[in-house]
Design a protein around this ligand. Structure first.
Ligand SMILES: Cc1cc2nc3c(=O)[nH]c(=O)nc-3n(C[C@H](O)[C@H](O)[C@H](O)COP(=O)(O)OP(=O)(O)OC[C@H]3O[C@@H](n4cnc5c(N)ncnc54)[C@H](O)[C@@H]3O)c2cc1C
Length: 461
């Protein structure tokens, strides 16, 4: 082994720490460089709730079984085949060890709480959420004498012909240099870099809210692509949902979710409906609403319900805007009053009476509208009326670097075997070309974190 360390890991999220721990457990000396300060550490991983492991029989906290074929069918459906089959197979198979590995490293699990997504069979929920996961992994890293440098700013990689030579960065005002036999990149996607997003989405991206860390700006990804790493995925592919428009620009996390969309109507800032709010159960549809709102003028929309929907959806962090009449609601929201009244009147008159039941696909639908509502359609006529402003909330991007089954980054035209490995969001596009399957983000980080750490240590030896 040579260099200051055997392995340097960039990014101290779930994928990076998993890699660091596996490398250290393989006997390597490991240094993790993290741009964020310690008090906000944990990247996007700190916001998570669950991962999706394959299991042939019940595996606490998971009920029943979720076998390879069903999992692969789900993945192929959401990605529409946009996945590397070999890496997808590897991910699914290795995911069977994710829960035991995390338990061995101090992570506790719990059954899903009532009212959350109905994922008790497919998704293992972390006790204490992602923050508890990250705290457990940082504790492990500490016990393994892994060096973690927080506020490692402006990291510059020296990569020559696909081979990592050294890293320069600034720390507490000093310029530092480190060398290592292997490098693991686990610095997330570029979802917090609105300017980069705007290259793909146009100026609309400047109105996006970022659900996670402000530090995933894609700087390491850009450097690798500039050093001729093979790019995977498309800059427009990402996970985005519609969230409370009052959420902060960054790091709002999961509590900014708005779950009442299927119970009422959603209008744009012209007070016009633009999509079937009752297409399917919300957990199956919520991930398409980020893009739908992104396509509306000023990237804003309003979810409108009446008093009948109170208590039928997860409570929100911020209270709704409320008014005794639609006109007053429109005024408070800054929507055209005539237009909102017309939209609601037309909607109310189109409803085919049936038994409303928000727990099943109840068939309560509209008739004769250009944009139908196919379930849970009932008149909005019981004041007070309530509304939530929605904005697109980007979760993470899929464009990344291509890897092989050893998590080794591929380079165009390189004549050398690279000593650079990747894990997590920065390579998630290998498995997730488009669409999303709840819990697969952490699954990819868990699987490729373990592979990258093990292989980086092996390469160093
Ligand atoms: C609100 C929210 C909820 C989510 N819920 C779930 C869920 O329940 N289940 C699931 O599977 N997925 C979920 N995801 C997605 C999940 O967070 C990611 O797929 C996963 O955390 C990625 O792990 P990672 O280690 O690659 O990235 P991260 O955890 O984001 O870690 C990347 C790290 O790299 C650091 N970094 C970035 N750039 C640099 C740089 N230039 N130099 C040094 N360090 C750098 C960052 O500061 C960060 O600490 C959620 C995401 C969000 C935002």
């Amino acid at each position: 082994m040579k260099g200051d360390f055997d392995v340097i890991v960039i990014g101290a999220g779930h994928a990076g720490l998993t890699a660091a721990i596996c490398a250290a457990e393989s006997g390597a000396s490991v240094c993790v460089l993290e741009v964020s300060p310690k008090n906000v550490r944990g990247g996007n991983s700190k916001h998570t709730r669950n991962l999706r492991p394959m299991h042939e029989s019940a595996l606490h906290p998971l009920e029943g079984s979720y076998g390879f074929d069903e999992y692969m069918d789900d993945l192929l459906r959401v990605t529409d085949g946009e996945t590397n089959q070999a890496l997808a197979t590897l991910t699914l198979e290795a995911s069977a060890n994710s829960v035991p590995w995390l338990k061995d490293h101090g992570v506790a699990f719990q059954p899903p709480l009532g009212g959350t997504l109905h994922l008790g069979r497919t998704n293992a929920f972390f006790l204490g959420g992602g923050k508890a996961v990250m705290n457990a992994l940082f504790q492990c890293a500490d016990k393994l004498n892994i060096t973690v440098v927080y506020e490692a700013l402006d990291i510059q990689l020296d990569v020559d012909n696909g081979v990592f030579r050294r890293v320069d960065y600034s720390h507490q005002g000093n310029t530092e240099h480190l060398t290592a036999a292997s490098l693991v990149v686990a610095a997330g996607g570029f979802e917090a870099n609105l300017e980069w997003l705007a290259e793909a989405w146009g100026d609309a991206a400047l109105n996006f809210l970022v659900r996670g860390t402000p530090y995933n700006r894609g700087d390491i990804l850009r450097q690798l692509l500039a050093a001729d790493a093979v790019q995977i995925g498309d800059a427009r592919q990402c996970h985005a949902v519609a969230i409370d428009g009052r959420a902060p620009q960054f790091d709002g996390g999961i509590c900014s979710r708005i779950d009442c969309v299927p119970l009422g109507i959603v209008v744009n800032n012209q007070a016009e409906r633009f999509y079937d709010e009752g297409e399917d159960f919300w957990p199956k549809r919520y991930a398409i609403w980020g893009r739908l709102v992104a396509a509306q003028p000023d990237q804003v929309a309003y979810s409108i319900i009446d008093s009948q929907s109170a208590g039928l959806f997860m409570p929100t962090v911020f209270p709704p805007v409320e008014a005794p009449s639609l006109r007053e609601l429109a005024e408070k929201l800054g929507l055209p009053q005539e237009s909102l009244s017309t939209t609601v009147d037309t909607f109310n008159h189109s409803i085919v009476e049936a038994d409303f039941n928000h727990q099943i696909l109840d068939g309560c639908h509209t008739q004769g509208l250009a944009i139908a509502k196919t379930h849970w359609a009932r008149k909005l006529d019981k004041p007070p009326f309530r509304a939530y402003m929605l904005r697109p909330g980007i979760t993470f991007t899929y464009l990344g670097v291509e890897v092989d089954a050893n998590a080794r980054v591929k380079f165009n035209d390189s004549t050398c075997t690279s000593n650079i490995f990747a894990a997590g969001e920065i390579m998630a596009g290998n498995v997730l070309g488009q669409g999303y399957l709840a819990g697969i983000g952490m699954t990819i980080g868990s699987v490729f974190g373990r592979i990258a750490g093990r292989e980086a240590a092996r390469h160093a030896r």
